[in-house]
Design a protein around this ligand. Structure first.
Ligand SMILES: [Zn+2]
Length: 376
């Protein structure tokens, strides 16, 4: 294992933070996996999964079982980890800019195409390796004036040339769920089975350039851009399976869960041929993918105390009561019902909320939203 340290742009004299990446396995096979934990720094389950992964990866490396380089970033967001507001961790938004740490990853497509075009005379198609070289260079050239920009450039540079990218997050209170693109679903299905995902949310671009999409969608977007520029059809495989893995809720931090999650992730890599010893069979699929545009948030119409009626993870019907909002001033009780048939997959962990708070999400089958699909 090789440890690499990536200093970020110092925000002020005398301070410097760094991202640490741990590199396991052979670096020269042309195959690479990138796994990062807790880009939203207050989403702690991923940190513990990474802790278990490093021990298991070291053991696999020692017995020569790794067939690819596995890059593990055990804490992806040292900025967020150190942010405190009135004693609470603020790990989702950068306090300096107000930006969400998992949005606005750079569009590498224009520069990568510029680099690829001179290589594409007389009907030639770019190889996957050539595209990866171009992506690495395009990422390395990104400007990074601020600490946040250097964090984004560093993380993208560690992952954008990988064939599997797993970005470990969690929700407030949630069942395990995944985000990916519809095109990648066949490649993601074994992971959904192994991790017993209850919901898989798919979108062809959710609108705010989260990390996983910055890694996966460059492939179809480069093919489309080259097709336009060359005036002939250029096809590329979906060469990066990038998934945001939502490891349940913020408080679901236990060794037995994290160790099992780490093991399932390694089994997935084995299914992909990236580690020796694939499992002989996979567990059953617990859900079919549903559109991210069909995930419907439920808002509190007034402030009050939340009293849940429906269990987390419940399969619910449209109109089924989910939660009471009790107004302590008026004594009014509002019962909020499910907006669709689907799965109640995520809830707010607070039990007193303000008017307008999104207090839960139901994954329905029909797309009903458009535009920016992710929450702030
Ligand atoms: Zn997150």
């Amino acid at each position: 294992m090789i440890t690499r340290r990536h200093p970020l742009v110092p925000p002020s004299p005398g301070t410097v933070r760094e991202i640490v990446s741990l590199h396991y396995g052979p670096p020269d096979t042309g195959r690479k996996v990138a796994i990062q934990a807790s880009l939203h720094a207050d989403e702690v389950p991923g940190l513990l999964v990474a802790h278990h992964l490093r021990g298991r990866l070291a053991a696999l490396e020692a017995r020569g079982a790794l067939r690819a380089e596995v890059v593990l970033v055990p804490f992806a967001n040292p900025i967020g980890l150190s942010q405190r507001v009135l004693q609470a961790v603020e790990g989702r938004f950068d306090l300096t800019s107000g930006e969400n740490f998992n949005r606005r990853y750079a569009d590498l497509v224009p520069r990568a195409c510029e680099l690829l075009l001179p290589q594409l005379g007389r009907g030639a198609a770019p190889t996957v390796d050539a595209v990866r070289v171009a992506l690495r260079q395009a990422c390395a050239e990104l400007p990074a004036a601020t600490e946040l920009e250097s964090l984004r450039r560093t993380l993208l540079g560690l992952a954008v040339d990988a064939e599997v990218v797993l970005d470990l997050h969690c929700d407030n209170e949630a069942v395990l769920h995944l985000y990916t693109t519809p095109e990648l679903w066949p490649d993601v299905e074994p992971l959904a089975r192994l991790m017993s995902a209850r919901v898989v949310l798919v979108a062809d671009g959710s609108g705010d350039e989260p990390f996983d999409e910055a890694c996966s969608l460059v492939w179809p977007r480069i093919a489309a851009e080259l097709t336009t520029r060359l005036g002939r059809t250029v096809t590329l495989p979906p060469a990066c399976t990038a998934v945001t893995v939502e490891l349940r809720g913020e408080a679901d931090v236990r060794h037995e869960l994290a160790a099992a999650d780490a093991e399932r992730i390694l089994e997935y890599l084995a299914v992909r041929g990236l580690i020796a010893g694939a499992p002989e069979s996979l567990p059953p699929l617990e859900c079919e993918p549903t559109p991210l545009a069909g995930s419907i948030p439920v808002e509190a119409p007034h402030g009050g105390v939340l009293v849940w009626i429906a269990e987390l993870g419940a399969t619910v019907r449209r109109g089924q009561p989910l939660v009471e909002v009790v107004d302590p001033a008026s004594g009014a009780v509002t019962v909020l019902s499910s907006p669709a048939d689907g799965v109640l997959y995520a809830r707010d962990s607070r039990r007193f909320v303000l008017a307008g708070t999104r207090i839960c999400k139901v994954a329905g089958r029909e797309p009903v939203r458009s535009g920016r699909l992710l929450s702030d």
